[in-house]
Design a protein around this ligand. Structure first.
Ligand code: ATP
Length: 345
């Protein structure tokens, strides 16, 4: 079997015996664009810093390209990290900042100058080479930090909340740019974010963390469409849940419907995203439909969000581009079987 580029084995970190990252196993490969996604304090930055050699693990191992790097300092690892504050040298020009690492490593001057030119072009900063970081915008400084890290040709580039300091528009532009750079150079990128939309927009693989543990690893689509836990369901988007029971591999929502689902006999929750809930005539496409009443209507621009009540008083959300239904109206609601998922109650 092929060795993965990075393998984490039972990697864990406690600060003064308080666990920040519980023992976790994770593998990823050359070309992967990995997002470590989770709420504040879940251990994402600790995990990234262990990868980069900035935080020593309490236990476990880190293998990169088959080599055990667990106890190597940052500069001896095939990784490079872009920190949140960018960490640029204010007294050096953009060119000098970008050239810094390879210059210290003794790289040939002419070759280095050419590489800096190429790198400036890659991050679209050619005309800013002689400026000082203080004269650049946040997005430009971010690109210098990225260029400086990429100059070291790391096998794994680590980015800690790379766009946290940027406003929404610039953030989106930088996401697009980072994706293009990743495509052009084909390396392995790992970034930390608490923004699920950013993780889904950028990453080929998303690692969802909660309270120091990995909840799920998968593509953005997998974690959105098939979340494995209630936490993941709600962290990556809006979710409606219906209390249900699984028995003999069949799940039943009391008074509603049953369907096949393999797993142990226990109380479960059936999830469905508001935008997958069908209303009115559209319920013809759904596996099940119920009578319901509109109890609230919120105009959101591109969509209208309805709160819908079932006869037993259970309420849930439905969003749709059409907004003809009004508060008090009765209608039918439903969804396709492929749009529902089951998690432990
Ligand atoms: P954020 O998004 O807020 O940066 P995070 O998910 O990156 O959060 P970490 O910074 O890895 O989380 O922190 C995980 C836990 O470890 C938190 O409870 C934090 O308080 C604790 N922690 C992190 N660094 C240290 C430290 N140097 N000393 C003691 N505790 C720490």
């Amino acid at each position: 079997m092929k060795t993965p580029l990075v393998r984490l084995e039972a990697l864990a970190k406690s600060y003064a015996s308080v666990p920040a990252v519980h023992p976790l196993d994770l593998e990823f490969d050359t070309g992967d664009f990995l997002a470590i996604l989770g709420p504040s304090g879940c251990g994402k930055t600790t995990l990234l810093k262990m990868l980069g050699g900035f935080v020593p693990p309490t236990s476990g191992r880190i293998l990169i390209g088959g080599e055990d790097v667990t106890h190597l300092p940052p500069e001896r690892r095939p990784t490079n990290m872009v920190f949140q504050g960018y960490g640029l040298f204010p007294h050096m020009t953009v060119r000098q900042n970008i050239a810094y690492g390879p210059r210290i490593a003794g790289e040939d001057k002419a070759l280095l100058a050419r590489r800096v030119d190429d790198m400036l072009a890659l991050v679209r900063l050619t005309e800013f080479g002689d400026q000082y970081p203080g004269a650049l915008s946040g997005g430009q400084q971010q690109r210098v930090a990225l260029a400086r890290a990429l100059m070291m040709r790391p096998k794994v580039l680590l980015l800690d909340e790379p766009f946290a300091a940027l406003d929404l528009k610039l953030r989106q532009a930088m996401q697009e740019e980072l994706r293009t750079i990743h495509k052009n150079i084909g390396g392995t990128f790992v970034f930390v974010t608490h923004d699920q939309a950013e993780a889904m927009a950028l990453a080929s693989k998303v690692v969802v963390m909660s309270k120091g543990r990995v909840e799920q690893v998968g593509s953005g689509e997998e974690i959105y469409r098939r979340p494995k836990t209630r936490f993941v369901s709600q962290f990556v988007g809006e979710a409606n849940f219906f209390a249900a029971e699984r028995k003999n591999n069949r799940v039943s929502i009391p008074g509603a419907f049953t369907f096949e689902d393999h797993g142990p006999d226990c109380p479960v929750q059936v999830g469905v995203r508001p935008e997958r809930v069908l209303l009115g005539a559209r319920t013809k496409q759904s596996a099940h439909s119920f009578d319901a009443r509109i109890i609230d209507r919120l105009f959101l621009g591109a969509q209208v969000q309805y709160r819908v009540a079932l006869p037993d008083g259970v309420t849930f959300l439905a969003t749709t581009p059409e907004g003809a239904l009004q508060i008090g109206e009765t209608t039918s609601v439903g969804w396709s079987a492929e749009d529902q998922w089951v998690v432990q109650a």
